[in-house]
Ligand binder design. Sequence first.
Ligand code: COA
Length: 261
Amino acid sequence: MSYEAILVERAGAIATITLNRPKQLNALSQAVIGELSTAFEELENASDVRAIILTGAGDRAFAAGADITELAQLQSATQGRLVATRSHALGRKLADLAQPVIAAINGFALGGGLELALACDIRIASDTAQLGLPEVSLGIIPGWGGTQRLPRLVGPGMAKLLMMTGERIDAAEALRIGLVERVVPQAELSNAVRQLAATLASLPPISIAAIKQAVNRGLNMALDDANMYEAGLFAELTATEDAKEGTRAFVEKRKPEWRGR
Ligand code: COA
């Protein structure tokens, strides 16, 4: 599959998707959303891919939001709803992937760009990154899951503060409030993210996928139901070859060999 607005590269068990409109600071046009959706569908079926990195081309932006020139042309509420629901579907696809997705935030992550990063499993930012949901200054609201995912990550008060003011914060503040999980110097970002991806790719994939689903789905459940769901996943995992191998290798004081089953 060839893409125009994104790049998809494979290196061993790691796939990297690069948002590739650097002149527009990787603004997320509808074409980008469509291509991302296709790329995630392809990766869903690539069981040899064990970790996915999502980043932006150039050194200025991860993505500076939805493409505002397209937003300016929306004629009706129906069109607006479609834009929101298409990106919600993309977030669902990301969440349902078995592989972990790491956002490598290499600059501006604003509006839809930050919302896309919020839909990823882990966010690593360069120390030059600037993050925010400035939609209020355009007379709209975050509509790609931001009003829902941001409070789940940083709490409702901080989420409202960021969304109501539309203010941009730097990487250090993003780390402090739990909006990103790690910050590294810009020159080290791609190495740090590749290393993390390699670590995740080296671990048993069924465990990684189950942890992702336990957290993603559990967050939408009441605690008792979520624990019941966890118990079901735990039970499934205990029956895998990898669980037998992992526990046996510990007892035999050797390195486990994961088989992914
Ligand atoms: N949609 C479409 N184009 C965008 C864009 C977006 N979200 N963000 C940046 N661009 C374009 C600019 O229009 C400009 O294009 P041009 O060179 O043809 O004029 C180019 O990217 C570079 O941006 P520019 O604004 O000149 O860079 P800057 O360094 O002065 O400012 C930002 C950078 C990120 C602060 C500024 O571009 C910005 O505020 N962007 C919009 C952020 C936003 O509101 N996102 C939420 C959208 S829902």
